[in-house]
Design a protein around this ligand. Structure first.
Ligand SMILES: Cc1cc2nc3c(=O)[nH]c(=O)nc-3n(C[C@H](O)[C@H](O)[C@H](O)COP(=O)(O)OP(=O)(O)OC[C@H]3O[C@@H](n4cnc5c(N)ncnc54)[C@H](O)[C@@H]3O)c2cc1C
Length: 296
């Protein structure tokens, strides 16, 4: 069935600028961007694209992505606010993949459930965070995910935490291509005031350390074993180093920021210069944490 028969016209956006869907504010147009509103629509959209052998990719809040200046040839399926219902039963919190971690953490707080405090300031969705095994301040998604409902080319399946094979900023989903439709988290009963204090504390530490006033995709590089990417970059003398509109943040050298009008080309050039200089000076290769998405 064609997409036009599966979704309303306002759920299908042709030639949609991806810079409007990424925290970097970078990216040319996608041929199509579609906004399914529930797991059934998502499954139908995927079936339609797969049967037509069309190129597609899924995004959440686009907070870990660098799209090309030429955009994306194919269809981008966005799973964010458009798919964000949540419910709970005892210590289990279940939600659609597009809910933001901030909203989910706020829900946990309102229910007096502890375990998601680490995630309240990460600007991703539940699906993107499971894909990446997002983490901060000693917590990671792997600590709280009990089950994920995914859509595979062979239909819907439920994966438990061990099926998801969580590692550092990695899960089995990056190899399988399975798409998270919803997930169930296991939290623990806690004290609302304590949970709230912890969230406030972590968020103020984030505001102190991170350049939240400028568009970015978070930490540009993974943490190399035995080192911190930001410190290596700072020690290499690259604080504030720029290529076009892309800059090594003055506030936190582990972040590349868009100081205004940066292109993907600027960011890629800056990443390469940083990698080369750090490798030359310290013999450490900095692998990117952000996902670089080619035009085709
Ligand atoms: C200011 C800032 C601070 C940040 N701080 C942190 C931090 O402390 N810790 C941390 O880990 N990250 C951090 N990040 C990075 C980012 O927020 C996380 O990686 C987050 O998990 C990405 O979620 P997203 O929904 O934005 O995913 P996207 O960026 O949209 O996508 C990331 C990957 O996930 C895949 N994906 C998205 N949704 C789904 C789905 N439903 N099913 C299957 N795959 C999916 C995409 O295909 C893509 O490969 C930060 C980013 C910013 C801008």
């Amino acid at each position: 069935m064609p997409l036009q028969e599966l979704l309303r016209p306002d759920q299908i956006l042709p030639s949609e600028p991806l810079k409007n869907h990424t925290s970097f504010r970078i990216g040319g147009p996608a041929d199509l961007l579609v906004l399914p509103e529930n797991a059934k629509e998502l499954a139908e959209v995927l079936e339609c694209l797969q049967s037509g052998k069309e190129r597609f990719m899924v995004i959440g809040n686009g907070s870990n992505l660098l799209f090309s200046d030429l955009g994306f040839r194919g269809t981008v399926i966005k799973i964010a606010k458009n798919m964000s219902l949540a419910s709970h039963q005892g210590v289990f919190l279940e939600a659609s993949a597009g809910i933001s971690l901030a909203a989910l953490a706020a829900k946990a707080l309102s229910l007096g459930l502890t375990g998601l405090e680490f995630a309240s300031g990460i600007p991703g969705t539940l699906g993107g965070a499971i894909f990446m095994n997002a983490g901060a301040y000693g917590g990671e998604m792997k600590d709280v995910v009990a089950e994920a409902s995914v859509i595979t080319p062979d239909g819907a399946r439920s994966l438990n935490a061990s099926d998801l094979k969580f590692g550092y900023r990695h899960s089995a989903l990056s190899d399988s291509g399975d798409i998270v439709a919803s997930a169930k988290l296991k939290l623990a009963p806690g004290d609302k005031e304590e949970i709230s204090r912890k969230m406030d504390d972590l968020n103020s530490r984030r505001r102190d350390k991170q350049p939240l006033d400028l568009p970015s995709a978070g930490s540009t590089f993974k943490r190399p074993e035995g080192h911190f990417a930001g410190k290596l970059i700072m020690d290499a003398g690259l604080r504030g180093f720029s290529c076009g509109g892309a800059q090594v943040s003055q506030k936190h050298c582990g972040f590349v920021v868009n100081k205004g009008g940066a292109s993907a080309k600027d960011v890629l050039e800056l990443i390469k210069r940083v990698q080369d200089e750090v490798e030359k000076q310290f013999g450490v290769f900095l692998e990117t944490e952000i996902k670089i998405v080619p035009e085709k």
